[in-house]
Design a protein around this ligand. Structure first.
Ligand code: ATP
Ligand code: MG
Length: 422
């Protein structure tokens, strides 16, 4: 074999690829109904946007970015996440000077140089939403509700919402200091000790069980919240409860990105092993300023399309009755001879224009080979067109489930098929 897809990447092939489309559609639909507009940003940005907007102390910036100099000597980075580019675009085009909040959704690929494994790829795709310019717990609750609705629309039942707050500019410094004090008393390896200095909250995110055990007694952010953050969080929680959105309070939940504050959440699925996060997000009120903009609060999430498909597969949501194999072919043309091929080509266009899904045998196959193609296509009807049929301006319509065959005038075949299929 000449080439393989690069390590950590894979190809979405039909029929499975249809599942990714279905996830994108289902998780974006609730947001579109809530007034979120579609945005597409470039696949690459200035490296500095991510360095500043995601944060130097994050895994993403410190080890996962695909960064290179372009031929003009600019440092370019392939998009590792979608929020910083969206905020960059909002600021660049002044969208925040119009009606607030600015509500946007996106769908696209991300690139992270990660340890490749099931559910963790170097090229993966996300659907995300961002709402900017409003500091309102109702908006946090809306954003979370929209994700929950997306998962529910897909039929997923094993998704759990983990909820936390990270405090704000007022109360986080005191918590940070308390946590740092606690961490200073632990015997940490060098990288973790450095992380504890730069961004101690991220140490809570460490996956190593032996470290997690030692963190059991760490101070919790929820014990250090200011009154405003407490009230804000209570409001988000009660709005979610009122909507019947179940959540688990997780006072240790922090996120990989530096710019989160207050509401923070993650959706995890119980069927995915260690790559359990199917989506996550939160409030990032400091991000705009960090990338040179005015104060502009924001809240949003990103859902991992690849992992959501894996979660649906773990729940067996793609059954036989749902072949997910592209759009199933309904009518299959079997032309016999040159002239019949030309006529079938035109007939197929008419059938498709009438809303039916049609395909045909290509490559001048004989009757036997073409009928095999008809069977493989899964079509209900084969249209057999030979020289004699052409002369009679008719076509043989064969019902492949009953093998019953009838002759239908060419001028009526679209109408007849519509009648039989719908
Ligand atoms: P994790 O903790 O699993 O590394 P993360 O916190 O880095 O996730 P986010 O940056 O919040 O993830 O991205 C949101 C979602 O995108 C995740 O919940 C996950 O579903 C998906 N995702 C993130 N990284 C990857 C990856 N390398 N491969 C596949 N999906 C990913
Ligand atoms: Mg990660």
């Amino acid at each position: 074999m000449a080439f393989q897809s690069p390590k950590g990447t894979f190809d979405w092939l039909p029929p499975r690829s249809e599942r990714a489309l279905r996830v994108r559609e289902a998780v974006s639909a609730p947001a579109r109904r809530a007034g979120y507009g579609y945005i597409e940003t470039p696949t690459f940005e200035d490296t500095a946007l991510f360095a500043r907007g995601v944060g130097e102390s994050t895994d993403i910036v410190s080890k996962e970015m695909y960064t290179f100099d372009d031929k003009g000597g600019r440092s370019i980075t392939l998009r590792p996440e979608g929020t910083a580019p969206v905020v960059r675009a909002v600021l660049q085009h002044g969208l925040h000077n119009g009606r607030l909040p600015v509500k946007l959704w996106y769908s696209g690929n991300n690139f992270r140089y990660e340890r490749a494994q099931r559910g963790r790829y170097r090229h993966f795709s996300q659907v995300g939403i961002e709402a900017l310019g409003a500091d309102d717990p109702v908006l946090d609750a809306e954003v979370i509700l929209l994700a929950a609705e997306g998962y529910a629309a897909l039929g997923l039942t094993g998704v759990t919402l983990l909820l936390n707050t990270l405090g704000c500019k007022e109360c986080r410094p005191a918590y940070r200091a308390a946590l740092q004090g606690f961490l200073a008393g632990l015997d940490l390896d060098e990288p973790t000790r450095r992380r504890a200095e730069i961004n101690p909250l991220r140490v809570l995110d460490d996956r190593r069980p032996e470290l997690q055990a030692r963190l059991a007694a760490a101070p919790l952010v929820t014990d250090h919240l200011c009154e405003a953050c407490k009230a804000y969080h209570e409001e988000v929680r009660s709005l979610l409860s009122a909507m019947g959105v179940a959540y688990t309070d997780d006072p240790r939940l922090v996120r990989g990105l530096d710019y989160y504050m207050r509401t923070t959440f993650e959706f995890v699925h119980d069927g995915l092993g260690s790559q359990s996060a199917v989506g996550g997000g939160g409030r990032y009120d400091g991000l705009s300023e960090m990338i040179g903009g005015p104060p502009l609060p924001g809240v949003g999430w990103a859902i991992g399309v690849d992992r959501t498909v894996l979660a649906m597969e773990a729940e067996g949501l793609f059954g036989e009755e749902d072949p997910a194999g592209g759009v199933p072919v309904q009518v299959y043309g079997v032309p016999l001879g040159e002239e019949a091929r030309r006529r079938m080509f035109r007939l197929l266009a008419e059938i498709r224009a009438a809303g039916l899904v049609a395909d045909m045998a290509f490559g001048g196959k004989g009757l036997k080979g073409a009928m095999k193609g008809a069977d493989r296509s899964g079509a209900r009807f084969a249209l057999i067109l030979g020289e004699r049929d052409l002369a009679a301006q008719a076509v043989q319509v064969k019902d492949l489930t009953t093998a019953e065959q009838t002759e239908v005038p060419l001028a009526q075949v679209v109408h007849v098929l519509k009648g039989k299929i719908q």
